[in-house]
Design a protein around this ligand. Structure first.
Ligand code: F6P
Length: 342
């Protein structure tokens, strides 16, 4: 069997670990051969391929990013896109695809599976917002990077009696903010699922200063104030999946806090630092197991499924289960973090 592999959407630490596991087990156990498609769905769309074998996956386990590169190409927004993909898969003698991606990439995989393409999905995103799986790889690395930043910001904030606002990624879900904020001892955590009251945030800030500590506020890029309005758009431009670019809430929040409390406030935007570099041990472990189970799903003809973590087990779920609905922070989980506010 000849298997195509692609990685789509925002990159995340652990993608290379999946690719390595898929290829190593695919060749070593099943005798498959592989072709890499470059740049997500753009690869099969434009017939952009790269050799993929044992030599190409040697040494990539600890490397961040993806050796196959990525893009946010959506074949369903391009005229004749699906037909071109089918033709290019046939031209390359590809019998099955392993698609590694988040909500958008796996959303395309779901629709292609319905149209008869043999595809198995592997869920990835630093945002951890895919349903069907307890965790996605990349998330643990992002949380650790954000936690380390918060640890460092505590000491400098205290030295200068400043408020420090840390903006982390999380378009629709506040998982990174919640986990990093709790691990780093943040004084306020603001997430997209729970619109925030700027007045209450300022009260927490003042209370924190009363105890002679400096407040650290962790905010997801997609968090919104209760009054509504737009504190978060970095640009109105949309990608092929209709997402606008977020960013800027940290600065706007710091400005508002400074104005209302008279305390100096600065913002730090962690941005793509959270997505770059080497994966943590947990992410390498999870990504490797996802890869091993994904190629077994291909060997067993379990197409239209994705691998998922449930407890300590890797299971298969229908692709649509992972992409149909986002996994959001529940109010009771947020309430746990609120105990430490102020
Ligand atoms: O979905 C992953 C993610 O990192 C989001 O948290 C973020 O909003 C988005 O990708 C930014 O992606 P890019 O800057 O690559 O378009």
């Amino acid at each position: 069997m000849r298997v195509g592999v692609l990685t789509g959407g925002g990159d995340c630490p652990g993608l290379n670990a999946v690719i390595r596991a898929v290829v190593r087990k695919g060749i070593g156990v099943y005798g498959f051969d592989f072709v890499g498609f470059r740049d997500g769905w753009r690869g099969p769309l434009e017939n952009s391929t790269t050799p993929l074998g044992i030599d190409q996956v040697r040494g990539i386990l600890p490397r961040g990013g993806t050796v196959l590169k990525s893009s946010r190409t959506n074949p369903f927004s391009i005229d004749g896109g699906v037909e071109r993909i089918k033709e290019n898969l046939a031209a390359n003698g590809v019998d099955a695809l392993v698609a590694i991606g988040g909500e958008d990439t796996l959303g395309v995989a779901t629709r292609l599976a319905d149209l008869g393409v043999d595809v198995v999905g592997v869920p990835k995103t630093i945002d951890n917002d895919l349903s069907g799986t307890d965790f996605t790889f990349g998330f643990d690395t992002a949380v650790n990077i954000a936690m380390e930043a918060i640890d460092r910001l505590h000491t400098t904030a205290e030295s200068h009696h400043r408020v420090l606002v840390v903006e982390v990624m999380g378009r629709h879900a506040g998982w990174i903010a919640l986990h990093a904020g709790m691990a780093g001892g943040a004084n306020v955590v603001l997430i997209p699922e729970q619109p925030f009251d700027i007045g209450a945030v300022c009260e927490y800030v003042e209370k924190r200063f009363e105890s002679h500590y400096a407040p650290i506020i962790v905010v997801s890029e997609g968090a919104v104030p209760v009054e509504g309005g737009d504190m978060t758009l970095a640009s109105g431009e949309k990608d092929a999946f209709g997402h606008v670019r977020l960013g800027g809430i940290g600065d706007r929040l710091a400005g508002e806090i400074e104005q209302r409390t008279g305390k100096e406030a600065r913002a730090v935007v962690l941005g793509h630092v959270q997505r770059g570099g080497t994966p943590t041990a947990f992410d390498r472990w999870l990504a490797t197991r996802f890869g091993l189970h994904a190629i077994t799903a291909v060997a067993e003809g379990a197409f239209g499924t994705m691998v998922a973590l449930r407890g300590a087990d890797i299971v298969r779920v229908p692709l649509v289960e992972g992409t149909g609905e986002l996994k959001l922070v529940r109010p009771e989980e947020y309430a746990e973090a609120q105990v430490f506010f102020g």
